[in-house]
Design a protein around this ligand. Structure first.
Ligand SMILES: [Zn+2]
Ligand SMILES: [Zn+2]
Length: 324
């Protein structure tokens, strides 16, 4: 019998991983809304994940919280749990479960490339690997994020009168885009939508350097020529955006790799910046983990399942109810 079931329930602990409904005990990989839900009885997660959940859902979003530090093994009912950095966003974790017979690693959302706003991904050897597969097709090869940021900087030089509104998820992507801009030497003030500011303040408090930032208000509207405003992608569609004159619409997302998606949107400058592993990262992580058994969740599982079988690795897709 496995230590964990197909719906990511660990019977010996009476705990679910990233449950989408309130449960007694939840082990949470990271604070993105499709993984971290409010109103569980008990939440076990990294300090950052718990803090961000509290910022988003309120101090009392669970009855009890238990912080698990990266790399520190804890034992409950004969099962040990260890969290390792997943490189996806600040506080994101892979979960390693071990008992006498089993060793199972759940990656959660992850990426292996460098990101100065998240703890660096750690490769863990395991017997069973439960991996995400968001970009699980060979066509998904993410470009260098630095090259994508260069496109934004070039656009600022060409469209000097336009306010560049960059859609980026408020948690993780927004801060990463800012950090990448700073790394490229962009030192002008960066304006933030209110929803982005809240989470960004937490990143600042955690010592992540993001330069000069300002929450954008109505009073700023006339000063935004040639400036950057970071906003959640949803804000690009609602009336919030209409108060800005002469906008250039930009969006930072791994999905911008799909040309059709760009065409169907009003995005003028797509920036392919992803916080998920691409095909090469997924397949090399599978190989390097030395896992004999792979369970695929969360995304494009077919091609990856086929690839595993071709490489003599036992693989199957789990169909969890979830949307990303
Ligand atoms: Zn995520
Ligand atoms: Zn996710």
């Amino acid at each position: 019998m496995s230590i964990i079931s197909h719906n990511l329930f660990i019977e010996a602990l009476n705990a679910y991983i990233d449950p989408i409904k309130p449960v007694d005990k939840a082990i949470i990989t990271h604070a993105h809304a499709d993984h971290a839900k409010p109103y569980h009885n008990r939440v076990l997660a990294t300090k950052d994940t718990i803090n961000i959940m509290k910022i988003r859902y309120g101090e009392n979003c669970a009855k009890k919280f238990q912080v698990i530090e990266y790399g520190k093994k804890i034992n409950i009912n004969g099962i040990s749990i260890t969290l390792y950095p997943a490189g996806h966003i600040l506080g994101s974790a892979q979960i390693l479960l071990e008992d006498k017979k089993n060793k199972v690693l759940i990656t959660g959302d992850y990426k292996t490339i460098r990101d100065d706003t998240a703890q660096c991904f750690e490769l863990i050897k395991t017997e069973t690997l439960i991996t995400e597969a968001t970009f699980g097709l060979p066509i998904f090869k993410h470009p260098e994020p630095e090259e994508e940021i260069e496109k934004l900087l070039n656009s600022l030089k060409v469209f000097t009168n336009k306010c560049h509104i960059v859609g980026a998820y408020a948690l993780g992507k927004a801060q990463r885009v800012i950090s990448l801009l700073r790394k490229k030497g962009y030192d002008d003030i960066i304006y933030l939508h209110g929803a982005v500011e809240k989470i960004t303040n937490y990143y600042l408090q955690r010592g992540i350097k993001l330069g000069k930032l300002k929450k954008v208000t109505k009073d700023d509207v006339n000063d935004l020529k040639g400036k950057i405003v970071i906003a959640p992608p949803s804000a690009l569609k609602d009336k919030w955006v209409r108060k800005f004159p002469d906008v250039r619409y930009c969006l930072a997302s791994g999905w911008m790799i799909i040309k059709q998606r760009v065409k169907q949107s009003k995005i003028e400058l797509p920036l392919v910046i992803s916080d998920h592993a691409d095909w090469n990262e997924l397949t090399s992580t599978i190989l390097n983990s030395k896992a004999k058994k792979i369970w695929l969740t969360h995304g494009r599982t077919d091609a990856l399942e086929y690839w595993c079988k071709k490489n003599n690795i036992n693989a199957k897709a789990l169909y969890l109810k979830r949307n990303d």
